[in-house]
Design a protein around this ligand. Structure first.
Ligand code: IMP
Ligand code: MG
Length: 194
């Protein structure tokens, strides 16, 4: 690929293909924000994200939401591989806001198997919010192991490992404003489902 933006970000040797350019992502984020603004008018939702991947999507989404919202974050760490297969994660940072009786909008950058998210949603549901909906930017339906009800959906992606707009490979590439495929010599095998 010989796009100037790849050179600009110093990733021309790493990226195989830009799958979704930055302007298309921004358009989609705006349309999701419009729907959310309409649906949550007067409900003062608490928008929740899990660090760190969602940071970019959440920042752009929130700036395009025009109804009052509050935000909070969680952070999780994986246990051993066996637990990982069940989607069980350890909360390393919990919400600071009490959520009982609140309208919760859970924002996620990517859903693949859905295992992690399923576990987190169950944790939130147990705290008895008034409502709980999911907004995901990149949906990878092919590997879904658990059905996740998604109210707001950005893009459906093929089952490929992608980077950019928050998504990393070994903690790199999160800052790219577009979504891209890595060259095979850079990306070696699925690190998540081994
Ligand atoms: P899950 O399989 O739905 O539980 O996804 C768990 C996590 O895997 C996501 O939150 C991402 O951090 C990561 N992930 C899944 N697919 C990709 C990808 O294509 N690129 C980068 N990270 C990914
Ligand atoms: Mg994530």
């Amino acid at each position: 690929m010989n796009e100037p933006i790849l050179k600009q970000y110093g990733v021309a040797t790493d990226i195989q293909e830009i799958l979704i350019p930055a302007d298309e992502i921004q358009k989609k984020v705006d349309s999701l924000a419009q729907a959310i603004s309409r649906d949550y008018l007067g409900r003062n939702p608490l928008v929740i994200g899990v660090l760190k991947g969602v940071l970019f999507f959440m920042a752009d989404l929130l700036r395009a939401i025009t109804t009052p919202v509050e935000i909070d974050f969680m952070a999780v760490a994986n246990y051993s591989p066996e637990y990982r297969l069940q989607g069980v994660v350890r909360l390393v940072k919990d919400l600071e806001t009490p959520v009982a009786g609140r309208h919760l909008l859970f924002v996620e950058d990517v859903i693949d198997t859905g295992l992690t998210l399923n576990y987190i949603l169950a944790t939130l549901r147990a705290r008895q919010p008034a409502s709980l909906e999911v907004c995901v930017l990149f949906n990878k339906p092919d590997h879904r192991l658990i059905d996740i009800p998604i109210k707001y959906r950005g893009f459906d992606l093929p089952d490929r490992f992608v980077v950019g707009y928050g998504l990393d490979y070994k903690e790199r590439y999160r800052n790219l404003p577009f979504l891209a495929l890595l060259k095979p010599e850079i990306f070696r095998g699925p690190p998540l489902r081994s």
